[in-house]
Ligand binder design. Structure first.
Ligand SMILES: *[C@@H]1O[C@H](CO)[C@@H](O)[C@H](O)[C@H]1NC(C)=O
Ligand SMILES: *[C@@H]1O[C@H](CO)[C@@H](O)[C@H](O)[C@H]1NC(C)=O
Ligand SMILES: *[C@@H]1O[C@H](CO)[C@@H](O)[C@H](O)[C@H]1NC(C)=O
Length: 485
């Protein structure tokens, strides 16, 4: 299944080879008038050629000198470092031996053998520590920074600068030009998990939206709850008995405001709306404006995306999660406009995370299986309004069950790394439905490049788009210049 690193580089080389051959094949013949000329003209042309070469040589050596050897070296090592992150890392995770059951229980119900997903969801599983390593292994920037660690450990507890587990689930990251800080917003879920009624999903009362700031994407300072739940007013959208999920923040260049969009729902997920809040500062407090049903439709999992031209879009699961809708926001980012397109119709996708590379839009989504993990898919389009085409599962490494469960996690955001154009951080949530506040973060390197895995529907079998790959690593870190080190 998995594409390994050497195959990757072979493909790249093959591609380059093709390009070179193509160029030679289609180059106009330039030798014909040489035949017509005499020896003199050959001599003159050789001399001209020599001068041109000399000019070119001095030009290129100048531009190299301009860059400086350090910078050149840095670019090379960035590249090498990301190539290392593209190595495929296997993971050996074994089912525990079957538990002994009393002979009577064994007679009563011949059950299907448990799967790895059953083990994942079973909070008394013998291999629980594989999915939810305990506090002793927590990533702690206060002590690890002495070792200049900067390592991400997907699935381990991740502490903030005060030593508390980061509470920013279903989140997203905004890079703020003004303060040159990253801000991570997400659901603050540090409360008890319970079921509102017998058939209700596991939930935590709404506390609010947490915000953390960082310069290096690893050391996160708690900036507090920037949009808080309402404790008293039971009819308010933000009353603690309601649902607030997947908050995302964009900066509006025209109004100078920070605008937050989020999924607002009631305990039974029948309100299915989006909420909007606004602030003058990235660290809030955000004022809650209202909730709407965008374009008159139900809206559950959602995200927002700001394009290069400053136009922002809302993307949401709709029609009972059977399809996604996409449409531009108004200039202030405070409402949708009447323009909307249905995309991925009938595909039942949620947890959308959008990004753009080289003029193409990409989106990662999950299936709809509640808190249980499932297979991610990547979709691509030349226009954000579609048509979007499904390319396949982007996950590489781990093992088969890792790849079929998005590494036991669900997409929430894809963060571009502007210094390294085809590289991104894939952000996902490893939900813990037995104790939602203890849900973990799975951050992994995502790259765009190489040929697609399987032929696509609409283009006669030729892959139109590059492959999107998310590489499993037990432990990894960004190239040093990207860490701000
Ligand atoms: C630095 O790393 C070593 C080895 O991983 C570890 O034993 C040590 O405790 C770390 N130092 C600090 C201050 O955390
Ligand atoms: C409670 O919330 C509703 C809906 O937002 C609002 O109309 C009402 O004025 C609020 N009541 C109080 C007492 O604040
Ligand atoms: C949610 O559903 C349960 C069970 O159907 C019902 O008892 C409860 O009243 C509903 N709550 C709301 C707020 O709709």
């Amino acid at each position: 299944m998995g594409l390994n690193a050497s195959k990757c580089s072979i493909i790249l080389e093959i591609e380059n080879g093709n390009k070179v051959r193509m160029r030679n094949k289609y180059r106009k013949p330039t030798t014909s008038h040489c035949n017509a000329g005499n020896r003199w003209s050959i001599l003159v042309w050789s001399f001209v050629g020599f001068i041109v070469m000399l000019q070119l040589y001095t030009l290129t050596s100048n531009s190299d000198a301009h860059k400086g050897p350090l910078q050149m070296h840095r670019q090379v090592s960035h590249y090498q470092h990301f190539r290392e992150l593209e190595a495929v890392e296997e993971e050996d995770i074994q089912m525990p031996p079957p538990r002994r059951r009393s002979p009577r229980a064994a007679k009563r119900k011949p059950k299907r053998p448990p799967t790895m997903i059953d083990e994942f969801l079973d909070d008394s599983s013998q291999i629980r520590h594989m999915f939810f390593p305990n506090m002793n292994t927590a990533v702690d920037p206060r002590t690890d920074a002495v070792n200049q660690s900067f390592y991400y450990y997907p699935g381990k507890i991740w502490l903030d600068t005060e030593g508390n587990p980061i509470q920013a689930h279903g989140g997203g990251i905004l890079y703020d030009q003004k303060s040159q800080n990253y801000f991570w917003y997400g659901e603050y879920k540090d409360g008890p998990t319970y079921h509102a009624h017998r058939r209700g999903a596991a939930r935590v009362d709404v506390i609010g939206v947490g915000c953390y700031s960082s310069k290096d994407l690893w050391t996160w300072k708690n900036e507090g709850i920037v949009l808080a739940a309402d404790e008293i007013n039971e009819t308010h959208d933000l009353h603690k008995s309601k649902v607030l999920e997947r908050p995302k923040v964009l900066y509006n260049d025209e109004t100078g405001k920070y605008v937050m969009w989020m999924h607002i729902d009631d305990v039974n997920y029948t309100k299915a709306s989006v909420g909007v809040a606004v602030s003058d500062h990235p660290t809030g407090p955000f004022s809650y404006l209202y909730s709407i049903r965008p374009h008159g439709f139900d809206s559950r999992d959602m995200t927002i995306f700001k394009d290069d031209d400053g136009v922002a879009y809302l993307i949401y699961s709709s029609d009972d999660n059977s399809e996604l809708h996409v449409g531009p926001l108004n200039k202030e980012y405070l409402d949708v406009t009447p323009v909307m397109r249905r995309i991925l119709v009938g595909q039942h996708r949620e947890a959308p995370a959008l990004f753009k590379h080289d003029g193409t839009y990409y989106m990662i989504t999950s299936g709809c299986t509640g808190w249980a993990p499932n297979e991610a898919l990547v979709h691509a389009s030349e226009s954000i309004m579609g048509p979007w085409e499904t390319m396949g599962n982007p996950c590489l490494g781990g093992n088969k069950i890792f790849r079929l469960t998005t590494f036991f996690a669900q997409s929430t955001f894809v963060l571009p790394l502007p210094e390294f154009p085809r590289s991104f951080i894939f952000m996902a949530d490893r939900w813990n439905p037995a104790d939602l506040r203890d849900s973990r973060y799975v951050w992994l390197p995502l790259t765009v490049g190489g040929a697609a895995d399987r032929p696509l529907d609409y283009n006669f079998g030729f892959p139109l788009w590059s492959r999107v790959s998310i590489f499993w690593h037990k432990r990894w870190r960004l190239p040093s210049a990207l860490r701000g080190a």
